[in-house]
Design a binder for this molecule. Structure first.
Ligand code: PLP
Ligand code: ZN
Length: 405
């Protein structure tokens, strides 16, 4: 056992022993997990557990007994046969990751990073969070029996704070932006030996997100979709999904993903990657004061922003944004056509999808997978103003009957 070969610098290629290390000492590039040769085929996974741990050989945990699992993953890939035709699309799928145990896709990266923290004997874990990672990390820490430290901006949605606190985490509420919280978390994590899942455990963290590619491929019968729409905060998920498809190809499980089109979706008010893309520049200029209802995407200085731009070049990509009104509208559209209630991040994906279909940048006969990454129950304040106000009535059937036409 022990499928990790090394940690490899994404920039200069230097390899390191898999230790508590996340940047290259020569060039400060990020480190990615490199695996020893593994032998798997399509059949390997077929009868396995219905969680993302079915891909165990492709994840950076050496010993199965260190897996900390809340049974996340293998979420529905819903054929959107109501929303698709409404937009004029023949083949639209929604990857509904809002139904994970803590109600966002963050159960994937957090679960893998906490498992790795357990495997390497770390005594505490934590994260810098825009909201969802807090609960994903806290819940997995609870299951692992490890203390958990959350660093997050103080203006998060109430539910996200209450949820994370309920799992028993220490919550450091930072007056400032996500980037401020992130900076503090990085320093505290390294000085106190805390495994901060999305900072000093990042090489392992991103490996969890790539299962969003594995599952979509498997659920489509190992076919590759034409388009992927992916919401972008730090950009780690988008990059990991690309890595996931590439790994499946190099393992011989799918054809080359080269022809796939990758679409990055960001909220207006925090769209530094979209801005760079539209300026045709490789340089992501940080947004100092993000202002958007899509708080889980409110990362002004995205760690993987430059890599997202590279991926867009590599995969005929597009980056597009949606404003708050378009996001809310799309949350309700998705709910009312597909019965899926998402938070604003998912609204961003759907809003960008609509925009690109209208502009003819997504062709009607192409197959498209739209990633919906978080649950609407966490963010009802975003859309409550758009819903009908209720007026209570007497429990009188005649009176109620008169109201219902
Ligand atoms: C964190 C998050 C994202 C963005 O993921 P990144 O890896 O930071 O780009 C998207 N959607 C939801 C619901 C999130 O919580
Ligand atoms: Zn390097």
């Amino acid at each position: 056992m022990g499928s990790i070969r090394s940690l490899k610098c994404r920039e200069c290629g230097k390899e390191y022993e898999p230790q508590f290390r996340y940047v290259c000492e020569d060039c400060f590039g990020p480190l990615d997990v490199l695996y020893k040769e593994v032998k798997v085929d399509r059949k390997t996974f077929e009868l396995r557990e219905k969680t993302y741990w079915r891909y165990f050989e492709l994840l950076p945990i050496a010993d199965k007994k260190n897996v900390v699992s809340l049974n996340a993953g293998l979420t529905p890939l819903q054929h959107a046969d109501k929303l698709g035709p409404k937009l004029g699309l023949k083949s639209l799928y929604v990857k509904n990751d809002s139904v994970n145990p803590t109600f966002s896709f963050k159960d994937r990266p957090a679960g893998v990073a906490v498992s790795r923290a357990k495997e390497t004997g770390l005594k505490a874990v934590g994260c810098a969070s825009t909201g969802n990672l807090a609960s994903a990390t806290a819940a997995h820490a609870a299951k692992a029996g490890l203390p958990c430290y959350i660093f997050a901006p103080s203006d998060l949605e109430h539910v996200k704070i209450a949820q994370a606190l309920s799992y028993g985490a220490e919550f450091v509420s930072v007056e400032g932006t996500y980037d401020d919280a992130n900076r503090v978390a990085a320093i505290i994590g390294d000085s106190k030996g805390i495994g901060v899942v999305n900072i000093n455990m990042r090489p392992y963290y991103v490996e969890g997100s790539k299962t969003l590619a594995y599952e979509v491929a498997e659920q489509l019968g190992w076919e590759i979709p034409d388009n992927l729409i992916i919401p972008v905060g730090s950009g780690a998920m988008l990059n990991a999904i690309c890595k996931g498809f590439e790994e499946l190809h190099s393992l011989g499980l799918i054809d080359s993903p080269k022809g796939m089109k990758i679409i990055a979706a960001q909220p207006h008010g925090c769209a530094p990657v979209v801005d760079a893309f539209k300026r045709n520049s490789d340089e992501v200029i940080p947004v100092e004061r993000p202002e958007t209802i899509a708080k889980s995407l409110a990362i002004g200085d995205p760690g993987d922003g430059a890599y997202v731009l590279k991926r867009l070049k590599q995969y005929n990509g597009i980056a597009e944004e949606a404003n708050d009104a378009e996001i809310c509208d799309s949350i309700l559209l998705l709910a009312r056509t597909e019965g899926i209630f998402t938070e604003p991040a998912g609204g961003v994906s759907v809003a960008v999808l609509r925009k690109l279909v209208e502009e003819g940048k997504i062709a009607k006969d192409e197959s498209t997978v739209c990633y919906v990454t978080g649950n609407g129950l966490k963010t009802t304040e975003a859309i409550i103003g758009l819903l009908p106000k209720l007026i209570a009535v007497k429990p009188d059937a005649a009176e109620v009957a008169a109201m219902i036409r």
